[in-house]
Design a protein around this ligand. Structure first.
Ligand SMILES: Cc1cc2nc3c(=O)[nH]c(=O)nc-3n(C[C@H](O)[C@H](O)[C@H](O)COP(=O)(O)OP(=O)(O)OC[C@H]3O[C@@H](n4cnc5c(N)ncnc54)[C@H](O)[C@@H]3O)c2cc1C
Ligand code: SF4
Ligand code: SF4
Length: 425
């Protein structure tokens, strides 16, 4: 037992930071065996990145399935207290006995909200919608997304103090908008902390040779998820950003920023499967579209993923090309020419398509800003689990790039580690 574990735990509660699928899983697994959980999420809704996906591989079911079951479990469990718009400011103490200061940012909407939408209709402001990677806009009052949990509107910080905020308040018949709400801090005692702070898409504008941000018809894989999603900016229609027309050909550029010493040196694990899945989105809507997948290695680990890959290969209009993309160019009519070297034949390939999707990888949220706690990080910014020290653990993509199944397994394991911290005497 580590020296700092000598004292018995002073709190039987567990703090889970991050309300994506990993944090939700840790919270539920620990709560359902009787532990008190405080689950905090910095955004106005739980769900994390999974809420942005159209479908999950390998089964291709919408994320609503998994998330809604989990939300029901949370609602039915009095052991879990959820705070959204919440972030940790400070952690002091040792395993079994932490004091944590949490900042609660104002939503300006209270629990009276019925989601009637009148405030949204009244607002005249137009704010880029981050949930949809700014491919559309929200109003100054908005529901974070259709699957939001809690299902409650938010007033954007950007309209506070303006006439627009007043218009929203006047439109609300339920006394749900309170523009005087302020940032608050609370201090809690917990015995263990699980950090499930997840990942962010690698910033594609930094990959200079791949043209994102310069050419309209180059998007990222996460943008493709939102474009194809029925609750996305185009109501699920896959279309070229330049003219809103359906593409007749699409290229996927694998390892966009991953496995590259200048960007993310590691394999992001999920982006091969994500592109294979997105090829099925295109096929579902556009039966004749040609799909080109440029890869260094195609990684489809395990039986189910291998089967998914094998099925897609049967499609005569899907072309898998082993070759790293070196450059992209834009034609005069806004098409995209992808230039790669075929790794099998050595030939230079030039393929012109209507649209290209960059399979950008995962960067840990903690590589952008370290957490206010005594944690150890890998060179790439993932949290390293120090089981000898104990007390604080990283779950899901905060610890490594992972798919949902692996994140869930890992998050369940970290629930157990947190529980072990509390029961040690
Ligand atoms: C294009 C693409 C498609 C994918 N498709 C699939 C698929 O089909 N099937 C599959 O299995 N996997 C898929 N994945 C992978 C999947 O998205 C991840 O496995 C999953 O998001 C991991 O969940 P997580 O909870 O660990 O992280 P996240 O989803 O990132 O959740 C982390 C949460 O923590 C919150 N947070 C961060 N920092 C703080 C903080 N300081 N305080 C409070 N809250 C914080 C965030 O706001 C977020 O809600 C895909 C990934 C990509 C890139
Ligand atoms: S804040 Fe008021 S007006 Fe807006 S959705 Fe909720 S109940 Fe309706
Ligand atoms: S999963 Fe595929 S695309 Fe993603 S980094 Fe690994 S090899 Fe490259």
């Amino acid at each position: 037992m580590a020296e700092n574990m000598a004292k018995p735990p002073t709190s039987a509660s567990i703090l889970v930071v991050g309300g994506g699928i990993s944090g939700i899983t840790t919270a539920l697994e620990a709560a359902e065996v009787g532990y008190d959980i405080i689950l905090i999420e910095k955004e106005p809704s739980l769900g994390g990145r999974v809420a942005q996906l159209k479908y999950y591989f390998p089964k291709l079911c919408p994320p609503t399935c998994g998330l809604e079951i989990n939300y029901r479990r949370i609602k039915n469990n009095k052991k879990i207290k959820v705070y959204t718009l919440a972030e940790v400011e400070k952690v002091t103490g040792n395993p079994g006995d932490y004091e944590v200061t949490i900042r609660l940012n104002p939503r300006y909407v209270n629990e009276n909200c019925t989601c009637c939408g009148e405030c949204e209709k009244a607002s005249r402001a137009e704010i880029p919608n981050e949930f949809n990677f700014e491919m559309d806009k929200t109003k100054g009052a908005y529901l974070p997304h259709q699957m939001a949990f809690p299902a409650r509107y938010v007033i954007s910080q950007q309209i506070i103090g303006t006439d627009d905020a007043k218009r929203c308040q006047d439109a609300c018949q339920y006394n749900a908008i309170d523009l005087t709400m302020e940032t608050k801090t609370i201090t809690i005692k917990v015995g263990a902390i699980v950090w499930a702070t997840g990942w962010v898409p690698y910033d594609a504008t930094r990959i200079d040779n791949l043209g994102f941000g310069r050419y309209d018809n180059i998007i990222t894989n996460m943008m493709m998820e939102r474009l194809a999603a029925i609750n996305g900016p185009t109501q699920g229609q896959i279309q070229k950003p330049s003219d809103g027309k359906a593409p007749e050909s699409v290229a996927f550029v694998q390892c966009a920023g991953s496995r590259d010493e200048n960007h993310l040196p590691y394999c992001s694990y999920i982006c091969c499967m994500a592109s294979l899945k997105q090829a099925t989105y295109i096929r579902e809507q556009l039966p004749d579209a040609k799909i080109y997948i440029f890869y260094i290695d195609l990684r489809a680990p395990g039986y189910k993923y291998e089967k998914f890959y094998a099925k897609l290969k049967e499609d005569k209009n899907v072309f898998m090309i082993k070759g790293k993309v070196a450059e992209v160019q834009e034609t005069d009519d806004n098409r995209i020419t992808v230039i790669a070297e075929n790794a099998v034949t050595g030939e230079k390939i030039k393929q012109t398509v209507d649209m290209a999707v960059l399979a950008t990888g995962m960067q840990p949220q903690t590589s952008l800003a370290k957490l206010p706690a005594d944690l150890t990080y890998s060179e790439d910014g993932f949290i390293i689990n120090d089981f000898e020290k104990g007390g604080m653990f990283a779950a899901g993509c905060a610890n490594k790039p992972a798919d949902v199944i692996t994140s869930n397994q890992n998050a369940t394991g970290m629930a157990l580690k947190a529980i072990q911290t509390l029961v040690r005497r």
